[in-house]
Design a protein around this ligand. Structure first.
Ligand SMILES: Nc1ncnc2c1ncn2[C@@H]1O[C@H](COP(=O)(O)OP(=O)(O)OP(=O)(O)O)[C@@H](O)[C@H]1O
Ligand SMILES: [Zn+2]
Length: 721
């Protein structure tokens, strides 16, 4: 191979041809360094007949500089990358980037240096050093990571190395992970679990593409069941990828995995230390990483020999990425399984409508676990009509819910209150002049966090301390919190049940593995009486003494009114309800609502899942919404409002006149300002027959916009703001 086509990591340039210098061994998929002007870029060798590049004469080709010492990206992964870029209308390089770990991992090198405290504690210390000494107890990481963790500069830490307070430790990146043992602790499966497990095990052995929808009620033991397929892959020496929707869930998963297989699985997520990331990536490409558990981003890694993919809590909307490459990890996982010719298991107690429909159509094989494990019953669900039984003024919990919580406390059982709103109050205003605290960068109110005494924007992270006086009229002591967030509910619990031990579970409090571990240990050890949490507590947890679940505001999710509002509400409430009564004692669920007549609420109360799905599917069919028709969004943004508007208009003005496609907009997005950018949206509703992606590309590619304008395409969008 003399002339090669390279996918370079530069979205604007994309594909370039190079010459292979004498003696350099190259294959398709090789990761290389190529010259680009005066700089160097990373690239991947690609099949020239699959990518078009500018025609450059042989004599003008520049030679590649280097091949990196990592295995070439396998062909099946290259095909997946192409498929993903094509389907989501994005650049190949932005997808391919997700396959490569860090530059450091690619460079190889078997070791790296980290630092840790030596244990010396000099009598006199600068305040910064003292703070670092405090913050870094038990930590070991690179200087940069330690500096981040301790909130001091790297210079301070280097000084501490010099002073003998921190010492270097050489970390072996190719150190083996201890092997998982498929026979470590084999459970005795119930008949239904065994039947399901047998099917999965057979599929792992078959080494063919086989998509499954594991539809099992909460507490049916879906995890135990698919663990048998994991065990089989381990026996065959093949790798397994388990995708979880949130890092917060991994802690729980890790413990169960370790219990079953004797060692923890290998983690992959955005907050890994760089040494962990390098070690994991190298083990993954070498085929030594047996089971990888990760968030979305683990999906594109170059596994040497994948044998099984599991997507747990597969209905979760967080599998859809909402910026950058806007892919849905659940859907791409199925495609990856197809390219790898392996089984994929989508597990959920409340499958997404799309998945149900695909199962019905015979595309996915549906495996049911209709009963809870060990004879536990599904909880009794009751509606609490807030119009008939209102809470006291300024309170959010109805008297009946409070009574039930008191009864649980008296019996030594646990309660869980669910409200999907972080912080103390979603809106703060001035009683004097009506001033409302709004984010300067987003169309959003600032949310009060009493814990940290700050007002925060949940979209961009902008934060200000809660002021003493109104910034508008200057009146002191006049700010009122409007509406509840979980912190406020926790306060209310403390008032009505002063002796109860309350745990607040949100992404603000559960932001480290230690915090999650501590929470789980306490809840299991019955050191917590009442859990108040956001959607973070709705799934995955198994606390046998939890017998009451209160849904504080079931109407909240319905307000947005987007396509999936009813489905999402159904899933959240059914999931959180599923935390109740998982042990020997029966569970009860109270759903606070002002709309008991809404079909989703009555379906929940009647436990009539089939009716709910059937009605939703018909509604979607009527609206030509997924899974029948398709949606796409075009989001146009700029820091300059008129520029954004003009660009959106230009797009709207050239909309194709396609019989199978309806273009709505442009219109200002509901979140019309986000991180300082003004946003306009167009929505496209298309029939399946419409070749949506091609039509979009043909439409948008010829258009030119000013530099400050960004045009993003969102295929199968989940967010309509
Ligand atoms: N065969 C089994 N032997 C022993 N324990 C089991 C078995 N099956 C399930 N369990 C236990 O029952 C509990 C519920 O199982 P699991 O959490 O896997 O259910 P799930 O279907 O994933 O539920 P959810 O969707 O609510 O998270 C767990 O504590 C699990 O360890
Ligand atoms: Zn903001």
């Amino acid at each position: 191979m003399k002339r090669v086509r390279i996918l370079v990591f530069n979205a604007a340039l994309g594909v370039l041809d190079y010459r292979v210098p004498e003696g350099m061994a190259i294959e398709f998929g090789s990761v290389v360094i190529a010259p680009l002007g005066p700089r160097q870029v990373l690239g991947i060798v690609w099949e020239p007949d699959r990518l078009s590049a500018q025609d450059v004469p042989e004599s003008k080709l520049r030679p590649l500089l280097e091949v990196l010492p990592v295995p070439p990206l396998p062909e099946r992964l290259r095909r997946l990358i192409e498929w993903t870029a094509d389907y989501y209308c994005t650049s190949l390089s932005s997808v391919a980037r997700m396959a490569l770990g860090s530059m450091a991992a690619l460079r190889g090198g078997g070791t790296t240096t980290e630092y840790r405290l030596t244990g010396q504690e000099p009598a006199r210390l600068t305040p910064q050093r003292a703070a670092a000494l405090d913050a870094l107890q038990g930590e070991q990481a690179s200087i940069k990571e330690l500096a981040d963790r301790a909130s001091v500069s790297e210079g301070v830490l280097r000084g501490m190395v010099g002073a003998g307070l921190l010492e270097p430790v050489v970390v072996d990146l190719d150190r083996r992970y201890p092997p998982a043992r498929p026979e470590h602790a084999e459970p005795t499966l119930s008949e239904g679990q065994q039947a399901a497990a047998d099917i999965f095990v057979e599929a792992v052995n078959d080494r063919k593409f086989a998509p499954f929808l594991l539809d099992g009620v909460t507490g049916s033991g879906k995890t135990e069941t698919y663990f048998e397929a994991v065990a089989e892959a381990l026996r065959l020496g093949r790798q397994v990828l388990v995708l979880l929707p949130e890092i917060a869930l991994t802690e729980n998963f890790l413990r169960r995995f370790e219990h079953r297989f004797g060692v923890p699985p290998i983690l992959w997520h955005s907050s890994l230390k760089s040494s962990e990331r390098r070690r994991a990536w190298r083990a993954i490409v070498a085929g030594e990483a047996q089971v990888v558990v990760g968030a979305r981003s683990a999906l594109f890694l170059p596994y040497a020999e994948l044998g099984l993919i599991v997507v747990d809590e597969a209905h979760e909307v967080s599998f859809k990425q909402d910026d950058g490459v806007r892919y849905n990890a659940r859907d791409v996982a199925v495609m990856r399984a197809k390219f790898e010719a392996i089984p994929v298991v989508l597990a959920s107690a409340t499958p997404a409508l799309e998945s149900m429909q695909l199962a019905e159509a015979g595309v996915y094989r549906k495996i049911d676990l209709p009963a809870r494990f060990g004879g536990a019953q599904l909880p009794d669900i009751q509606i609490l009509d807030l119009r008939q039984e209102p809470p006291e003024r300024g309170k959010w919990l109805a008297p009946r819910l409070v009574e039930e919580m008191k009864a649980r406390l008296a019996r030594g059982e646990q309660s869980l209150l669910f409200l999907n709103r972080r912080g103390y109050a979603p809106l703060t205003l001035c009683r004097q002049c009506g001033y409302r605290f709004q984010c300067p960068h987003c169309t959003a109110w600032l949310v009060e966090h009493r814990f940290s005494q700050r007002l925060a924007c949940h979209h961009c992270g902008h934060e200000v301390p809660v002021p003493d006086a109104c910034p508008e009229c200057g009146t002191g002591d006049c700010l009122v919190a409007c509406g509840p967030g979980v912190e406020r509910i926790a306060d209310e619990v403390a008032e009505v049940l002063p002796e109860a031990r309350v745990a607040l579970v949100t992404s603000d409090t559960m932001n480290t593995a230690e915090a999650v571990g501590e929470f789980v240990a306490k809840a299991e050890g019955k050191a917590i009486d009442v859990i108040v949490g956001t959607q973070l507590v709705t799934k995955g947890y198994h606390f046998p003494d939890l017998t009451l679940v209160g849904v504080v505001d079931a109407d909240l999710g319905l307000e947005g009114g987007d396509l999936r509002a009813a489905e999402r509400t159904y899933q959240q409430v059914a999931q959180v309800a599923g935390r109740a009564g998982r042990g020997e004692k029966p569970g009860e669920v109270l759903i606070q609502t002002r709309h008991p007549e809404a079909s989703v609420i009555s379906a929940l109360a009647a436990g009539d899942r089939d009716a709910f799905y059937a009605a939703e599917i018909e509604a979607r069919r009527d609206a030509n919404a997924p899974p029948f028709g398709r949606w796409a969004a075009i989001i146009v943004s700029s820091e300059d409002q008129s520029e954004a508007k003009a660009a959106a208009r230009a797009i709207g003005g050239t909309a194709p006149n396609h019989p199978d496609m309806l273009v709505l907009g442009p219109a200002p997005a509901p979140l019309s300002l986000l991180r300082g950018r003004h946003r306009f949206r167009l929505l496209i509703n298309a029939r399946r027959s419409a070749e949506l992606q091609k039509t979009l590309r043909d439409w948008l590619e010829p258009l030119q916009f000013p530099r400050g304008v960004r045009v993003n395409i969102d295929i199968d969008p989940y967010s309509f703001v």
